[in-house]
Design a protein around this ligand. Structure first.
Ligand code: CA
Length: 235
């Protein structure tokens, strides 16, 4: 079965262009140009990926993303007219997986769509075949920190901590590779499915994570900065 993509965009020409190009790639395509209609479609059809415009009638893309994120885990790629870093950060906070700024080339968009779908497939395959360092009970324990992979739950001193989906995935990726210096590029590719990014997405998420799991976020002991490379999880 080809992946199902929901496009949410109120500019008719862009919507039609996206629909045409995605169908040409063999994807099954659903479209909506109104926030509430999009929500209904997403609930009904559970698309494998959602392309989501920010400025929409009915309900803006951020609000829609926030609601969708609680209900489905499919990647959400936001489309925005603003190259604004703030917009990008808000998008990541509400749970978007990737971000593309208008005007974009169709080639770039298709590459990002493909990367997101590939990332989901790899993660699913990894869940089916657990990697060596994951114990049978699917729990990773580092001192007072416990990551329950199946339940997607993090406990600090036995208290559950609320993590955004990407914060959890990032922590899990770092923890599974404990003691190894991981480059920002590798982290981006494995956690977000991106192959390049000039922003500080990884750094921002590491900062958020440190604020939650480090006793002293400014003097990190768990997630160590590796100069010129990226980060290393120490446990
Ligand atoms: Ca719009």
């Amino acid at each position: 079965m080809e992946p199902k993509v929901l496009i949410v965009e109120d500019e008719v020409t862009l919507l039609e262009t996206l629909e045409y190009n995605l169908q040409k790639q063999g994807y099954r395509v659903l479209t909506a140009s109104h926030g509430r209609v999009a929500l209904q479609l997403a609930r009904q059809h559970t698309p494998d990926l959602i392309l989501l415009d920010v400025m929409l009638p009915g309900m803006d893309g951020f609000e829609l993303c926030r609601i969708l994120r609680r209900e489905i885990s499919s990647p959400i790629l936001m489309l925005t007219a603003k190259a604004d870093e703030i917009d990008k950060i808000v998008g990541l906070e509400v749970g978007a997986d990737d971000y593309i700024t208008k005007p974009f080339s169709m080639r770039e968009l298709l590459a990002r769509v493909k990367a997101q779908l590939r990332r989901v497939r790899i993660n699913r395959e990894e869940t089916d075949v657990p990697v060596v360092e994951v114990p049978k009970n699917d729990t990773l324990i580092f001192g007072n920190l416990m990551i329950n992979i199946d339940r997607r739950e993090l406990l600090l001193n036995d208290e559950p901590l609320h993590l955004k989906p990407k914060e959890f995935e990032l922590l899990l990726f770092l923890a599974r590779n404990k003691g190894m210096a991981l480059s920002r590029d590798l982290i981006l590719e494995r956690v977000w499915g991106w192959t390049n990014d000039n922003s500080r997405t990884v750094d921002v998420h590491v900062r958020w994570l440190r604020e939650k799991i480090e006793p002293e976020p400014s003097n990190a002991q768990r997630i160590i900065t590796v100069r010129g490379i990226g980060y290393r999880f120490e446990g």
